[in-house]
Design a protein around this ligand. Structure first.
Ligand SMILES: [Zn+2]
Ligand SMILES: [Zn+2]
Length: 131
């Protein structure tokens, strides 16, 4: 696939019907169902107030992060939180960070619960031995 004439490295999605240069999604301008590059569109149509210039929609789309990632910290505590954070941080940094925090918090909670259980078992065993 050819590169955009204005953005090297970006795949072109079409060619300007006026000058023939390749255009990418970001700089493609559609006017009356024809594809133009941005400079040509400006040059040809900027003076005509009746023409609606509709640039292609901006590419950054916020991708939603699956809620299933929350299960990782629940099952694997801080390690799961770390994995969930690493995988989702590019898409949703806020959610990724809270999953990492969630994993660390769960590590402490599980640690406390296990400590209480172990202490309780020792205490019960001690009581039973003394009877
Ligand atoms: Zn052009
Ligand atoms: Zn471009």
């Amino acid at each position: 696939m050819a590169d955009c004439s204005y953005h090297p490295g970006k795949d072109a999605v079409g060619a300007c019907v006026n000058c023939g240069k390749m255009v990418c999604l970001a700089c493609r301008t559609e006017l009356q169902d024809r594809v133009y590059c941005q400079p040509c569109a400006n040059k040809l149509f900027v003076s005509k107030s009746d023409v609606q210039v509709s640039a292609a929609p901006a590419t950054p789309v916020i991708q939603s992060v699956s809620g299933a990632w929350w299960l990782l910290p629940i099952f694997f505590t801080w390690l799961g939180g770390l994995i969930a954070w690493a995988v989702t941080k590019a898409r949703d940094p806020k959610k990724a960070r809270s999953m990492l925090i969630w994993g660390i918090v769960l590590t402490f909670i599980y640690g406390i619960v296990i400590t209480i259980l172990v202490v309780a078992m020792f205490a019960l065993g001690f009581l039973a031995a003394n009877e």
